[in-house]
Design a protein around this ligand. Structure first.
Ligand SMILES: *Cc1c(COP(=O)(O)O)cnc(C)c1O
Length: 583
């Protein structure tokens, strides 16, 4: 599996989100989900929406665009005061923005009018933390001016504390905000929808207060993702604090002195380091550095000490532990480390674990429907690479017999190379890749479809043809729609040479496949063994940049529209190939 990587436990995030929504609702407060901690990662954000969040907020327009492009269904709020140069994009891509500058609001108004858009504004008030916000004494004057503008509407007041100045959002500050809101509503004849009292730092105030006053909204990020409040970073009861795991890999493991040898001058970052002589020690290097993550915010889950880091190396005193080359180590991250790891393109991101089968299946089906809508819109820049036969490759592969005579199991050139590398990785583990299917002509696809329809018909003689076709279409695409016609799709399983059998993936008996929702790749109700085997299968394909199908753990795509969509690419390069002879 790729390292370094962040493993994201979606089940834990869903749990945290639901628990917080319920908790804050108990005193009439709605929460906005703040997504900057995960850079608007659509898979994660989708979990927030499915868990009941209606408004998503991010400080970056690019993250908001990313979520929109992925078809996330929510209202979008821009957290950071808009840059005047981006005012047009702000009204185009967001529904609401937090604001504190009249000049900028005028620009928003201009572009809102131009695009016939109604843009909502929450005015930020500075209650003493001294980051963003209008000083309370200047509010009236600002509001008078904003009310004259068309296309923009003040829908709320907000404040942000405990961010720059570390000022606590306590009952005094929240009462002050309520009071200001009352005055403004009366004086300006406004009805403010949002009185947004702050962020994850408001937890202690919320728990202690008997009356939240007019405060009816909070913007919450860190509590959802890391399960803590942010005044003292104390875990919130019932929440998970380990939804994110940073994983890195040992690349050197030696016994070396604790004291550098030679004249000490500046290190790689212009500092002059100091060391103490603790004799010889077990020094381990991991493939993780400052370009991957803010290293002072990571904490090993194993009892080892971080000695230091450079751009690409993390040096560890592994104390009594024997950490061999290739071994993986897990770390917790604080919020700054999470932000940096999620931002770094060198760090792979992987979603894992759903707690509950129903939740998981709903999520898969939701994702699948969204997928069907978005797929036709993915641009294809066909690169015309050849189809090559895997059958004649000489790679160490097993081929599942095909319904087509003389089937040659063809794939595009890059896919061919990838399969070659995968087969060699499995060779080293006494395993063999089974190719179930590769490129299919329309005739082949039609044959498969008709074969399955007649099989299901025999099984359910009373069902209408329409019903049967719907059942079949769940797992076999009708002729024109299969990714297999691109040469970028491969169906695969693994044969274990030591056990002399096809591995158990939870829905198969050898090559015979039970088609049901347990075929969804991360279904929680399959055996531990089957989960491990799926993990192996999916990981070796993901390491070669394939994506696993949303519904079938054995189906992998590369280069086609499905891949482009799942992998976040702006275009695909393998379109449909109707006849192999063309190449
Ligand atoms: C980041 C941010 C938040 C969320 O803060 P958390 O501590 O992650 O809950 C809320 N409001 C604004 C303006 C922010 O920039």
């Amino acid at each position: 599996m790729l390292t370094p990587r962040v493993e994201i436990d979606l089940g834990k995030i869903a749990h945290n989100t639901k628990t917080l929504i319920k908790l804050y609702a108990s005193k009439g407060i709605e929460i906005i989900g703040v997504t900057k901690g995960v850079c608007g990662n659509p898979t994660v954000v989708d979990v927030l929406v499915k868990s009941g969040i209606n408004i998503l907020a991010d400080s970056r327009l690019s993250n908001i665009k990313r979520m929109r492009d992925a078809g996330i269904q929510a209202q979008f709020l821009l957290l950071r005061t808009p840059s005047i140069s981006k005012a047009e994009d702000v009204v185009k891509y967001t529904d609401i923005s937090l604001n504190s500058e009249l000049e900028i609001i005028k620009k928003l108004s201009k572009f809102a009018l131009e695009h016939s858009i109604h843009h909502k504004i929450i005015l930020m008030v500075d209650l003493g933390d001294l980051r963003e916000g209008i000083m309370p004494s200047n509010l009236n004057q600002n509001i008078n001016r904003i009310k004259e503008l068309k296309g923009v509407e003040i829908v709320g007041l907000g404040t942000n504390l405990a961010c720059f100045g570390g000022v606590s959002p306590d009952d005094d500050k929240m009462k002050q905000l309520s009071l200001i809101a009352d005055e403004i509503e009366a004086q300006h004849d406004l009805n403010l929808t949002f009185i947004s009292g702050g962020n994850s730092a408001n937890y202690n105030w919320f728990m202690a207060t008997k009356n939240p006053g007019k405060v009816n909204n909070l913007r919450i990020g860190e509590s959802i993702f890391l399960g803590c409040e942010t005044l003292n970073r104390i875990p919130i009861p019932e929440l998970f604090t380990d939804a994110f795991t940073l994983v890195a890999e040992v690349i050197e493991s030696k016994i070396k002195p604790s004291l550098p040898n030679g004249n000490i001058s500046q290190d790689a970052f212009g500092k002059t380091p100091e060391f103490h002589d603790n004799g010889m020690m077990k020094r381990t290097i991991l493939n993780l550095g400052l370009q991957d993550v803010q290293v002072d915010g990571i904490f090993p889950r194993m009892d080892v000490d971080i000695i230091g880091a450079t751009s690409d190396h993390l040096i560890i005193n592994s104390k009594t532990k024997e950490l061999k080359v290739g071994r993986e180590l897990e770390f917790d991250m604080n919020y700054s480390a999470l932000l940096s790891a999620m931002t770094s393109e060198y760090v792979d991101k992987r979603s894992i674990n759903f707690n509950n089968a129903q939740e998981y299946c709903e999520m898969v089906e939701h994702q699948y429907r969204k997928h069907l809508q978005l797929l036709p819109r993915v641009e294809i820049q066909e690169n015309n690479s050849r189809l090559i036969s895997l059958k004649e490759s000489g790679f160490n592969l097993i081929f599942e017999p095909s319904i087509m005579k003389d089937h040659r199991y063809m794939v595009r050139e890059d896919v061919y190379d990838k399969i070659g590398r995968i087969s060699r990785v499995l060779d080293q583990q006494d395993k063999k890749l089974i190719i179930r299917s590769a490129w299919r002509s329309f005739d082949h696809q039609r044959l498969l479809w008709e074969d399955k329809v007649s099989a299901v018909r025999k099984e359910y003689p009373d069902k209408q043809l329409e019903e049967i076709e719907e059942l079949v279409s769940y797992f076999i695409a009708p002729t024109m729609k299969s990714m297999h016609s691109t040469g970028g799709a491969v169906d695969a399983l693994i044969y274990d040479l030591k056990e002399d059998c096809i591995m158990d993936f939870g829905t198969n008996d050898g090559l015979t496949m039970n088609l049901n929702d347990k075929c969804y790749p991360y279904h929680p109700y399959i055996s531990t063994k089957a989960k491990e085997n799926r993990k192996l299968l999916i990981n070796i394909f993901e390491d070669e940049e394939f994506v696993v199908d949303i519904k079938e753990y054995w189906h992998f795509d590369y280069g086609n529209t499905c891949w482009a969509l799942e992998h976040g690419e702006n275009h695909a390069f393998y379109g449909v190939v109707e006849h192999a002879e063309l190449f």
